[in-house]
Design a protein around this ligand. Structure first.
Ligand SMILES: NC(=O)c1ccc[n+]([C@@H]2O[C@H](COP(=O)([O-])OP(=O)(O)OC[C@H]3O[C@@H](n4cnc5c(N)ncnc54)[C@H](O)[C@@H]3O)[C@@H](O)[C@H]2O)c1
Length: 337
């Protein structure tokens, strides 16, 4: 056997194993993956002893203590299988000389289409209709929706995903307004109008969050923002959980200021998502409260979960690692600033 570069993959699900091994084979990369089901944490990091790199996902802990432990073990590369990198202490990584890389784009279509799935389901209540019809209940009471055509959709963050979402929604005949510190000409060309965040939340019938989690966007949707939204607004979050302050949207739902809420991400999701907890008691009371609302639809961070996206994530991850091995620099590094 040739000299394989050992990469320890944390939070590894069967689909991660499959797609990473396929990508490795396709690229002819000399990588030996070691898969761990558990998250990367200050406790589990010791499993990476002897590895050349670790490969991590959205709920893995890459805070300073974990990075220091990796550095002490001689692990100098963290390959993220995600676009977002809010779970990494970049300053600490830079100080230690631990390289971080990510998958900047895999399938923005996957996430944009999932946001639309949440919107359409909440609006036309197909999740409730499915159950009713199976029980022989063909009554329509409570299932009334509205036409998307002509409605104003506010997209917060018009990068790769926000741009695809703009195209889909303008195709529906929606008016798209957007807020983003960097205007995207492709969105303007499709008819989007840039406004301030304050104007967006006041004008939109549907608000969709597509920005990264940063210190500026943490709890962007707080009690004050909710109080300035249109009564009955639909709020969709497929970005990162902590862009929304959960307690504030619960109050917004109770007062009916928020008419419906679709979440693919949740601020405390690392304790919940990606695991089968159906035989356990969920200790998170805010999450449990969200589940009681008929107008709330939650999916467990599955926006990225398409065949095309998983193949692209694995392909870019393998390319990042191979490039780091041959040149000392990953193909898509994440750097401070
Ligand atoms: N649910 C999922 O499975 C899933 C999958 C992939 C990505 N995501 C999330 O979606 C986010 C967006 O992904 P992307 O590929 O479109 O990223 P991107 O970097 O292409 O676009 C992000 C956009 O947000 C803008 N932005 C930054 N700060 C902002 C602010 N304060 N207000 C408004 N806009 C702001 C940026 O200027 C940029 O245009 C990722 O950061 C990630 O957190 C979720």
């Amino acid at each position: 056997m040739t000299d394989l570069f050992r990469v320890d993959v944390f939070s590894a699900k069967p689909y991660d194993r499959h797609f990473l091994q396929e990508a490795c084979k396709a690229a002819g990369a000399e990588i030996g993956f070691v898969f761990h089901d558990m998250h990367l944490t200050a406790d589990s990091v010791k499993l990476a002893e002897g590895a050349g790199a670790v490969c991590a996902f959205v709920n893995d802990d890459l805070s300073a203590p974990v990075l220091e432990a990796l550095d002490t073990m001689g692990v100098k590369l963290v390959a993220l299988r995600s676009a977002g990198f809010n779970n990494v202490d970049l300053e600490a990584a830079a100080g230690l000389g631990v390289s971080i890389c990510r998958v900047p784009a895999y399938s923005p279509h996957a996430v944009a289409e999932h946001a639309v799935a949440l919107m359409l389901t909440l609006n036309r209540k197909t999740h409730r209709a499915y159950n009713r019809v199976r029980e022989g209940n063909f009554a329509l009471d409570g299932l009334m929706g509205f036409d998307f055509h002509g409605k104003t959709v506010g997209i917060v963050g018009t990068g790769l995903i926000g741009q695809i979402l703009t195209g889909i929604l303008t195709g529906f005949g929606c008016k798209v307004i957007a807020s983003d510190p960097a205007e995207n000409p492709a969105c303007i060309a499709m008819g989007a109008r840039y406004v301030s965040f304050d104007d967006l939340i006041a004008e939109a019938d549907i608000i969709s969050l597509q920005c990264p989690l940063t210190p500026q966007t943490r709890h962007l949707i707080n009690a004050d923002a909710v109080s300035r939204m249109k009564p009955g607004v639909m709020l969709i979050n497929t970005s990162r959980g902590a862009v929304i302050e959960t307690a504030a949207v619960i109050e917004g739902l109770k007062s009916s200021r928020i008419g419906s809420l679709g979440l693919d991400v949740y601020e405390e999701e690392s304790e919940l998502f990606f695991e089968d907890l159906s035989n356990t008691i969920i200790p998170d009371d805010l999450f449990a409260r969200l589940l009681t609302f008929p107008n709330v639809l939650i999916t467990g961070h599955q926006g990225f979960f398409t065949r095309e996206a998983l193949a692209a994530i694995a392909g870019t991850t393998v390319a990042n690692i191979a490039s780091y091995r041959s040149t000392g620099r990953a193909r898509h590094p994440v750097e401070v600033g």
